[in-house]
Write a protein that binds this ligand. Structure first.
Ligand SMILES: CC(C)(COP(=O)(O)OP(=O)(O)OC[C@H]1O[C@@H](n2cnc3c(N)ncnc32)[C@H](O)[C@@H]1OP(=O)(O)O)[C@@H](O)C(=O)NCCC(=O)NCCS
Length: 155
């Protein structure tokens, strides 16, 4: 695990060389179900320009991934992560605001994402950005026992 940073953090697009760091962040953030490296690799190959990372110049401390569907009007938030040592400092909001700014500028009309019904921090962040729950808890949405809320924002 990389320690906290006192270096200024920038939000930038991802590069291929970031993949090991991206994998580390994912394992620290989602220890029970991180993306396997090969999935991150494939997401990067297909949607590399859709990742934004938080960089202090030496290490990464978070990332967000938003993917637009082929109709170009609907976008899905696929992942949002801030490393545990840097939470509560406004960085998750910063990543979300920048990702939403970019998809809005591209003409996306609607953004969906899924979140665990018990994830109070993420739900509060999404609500504060205008996301609303679509249809209550979707049972087994991501597989057996993996209930999710689908939240939606109109842009
Ligand atoms: C969700 C997550 C990205 C938020 O990132 P963060 O940098 O800690 O969040 P911020 O400091 O930007 O806070 C933004 C808002 O989130 C909410 N929030 C953050 N931490 C919270 C907490 N512990 N409890 C309740 N709400 C919280 C608040 O609404 C906050 O707004 P405010 O500061 O105006 O009150 C981060 O907690 C995380 O990586 N969690 C693990 C991975 C995860 O759950 N990802 C989302 C999957 S859907």
């Amino acid at each position: 695990m990389v320690g906290p940073t006192d270096r200024p953090l920038t939000v930038r697009g991802v590069a291929e060389a970031d993949l090991p760091e991206l994998h580390r962040i994912d394992r620290e953030t989602f220890p029970e179900e991180p993306y396997p490296y090969f999935v991150l690799r494939q997401l990067y190959d297909v949607h590399g320009d859709r990742f934004l990372v938080l960089d202090d110049g030496e290490n990464l401390h978070g990332y967000v991934l938003f993917v637009t569907t082929s109709d170009r009007y609907v976008c899905w938030g696929m992942s949002l992560a801030v490393t545990p040592d840097l939470r509560g400092l406004g960085l998750g909001r910063r990543l979300m605001v920048e990702a939403l700014r970019r998809v809005r500028a591209e003409g996306v009309h609607r953004v969906h994402l899924t979140v665990e019904p018990t994830n109070a921090a993420a739900i509060s962040l999404y609500r504060s950005l205008g996301f609303e729950v679509e249809a209550g808890v979707r049972k087994d949405y991501l597989g057996p026992g993996e209930d999710r809320l689908v939240m939606t924002l109109g842009l």
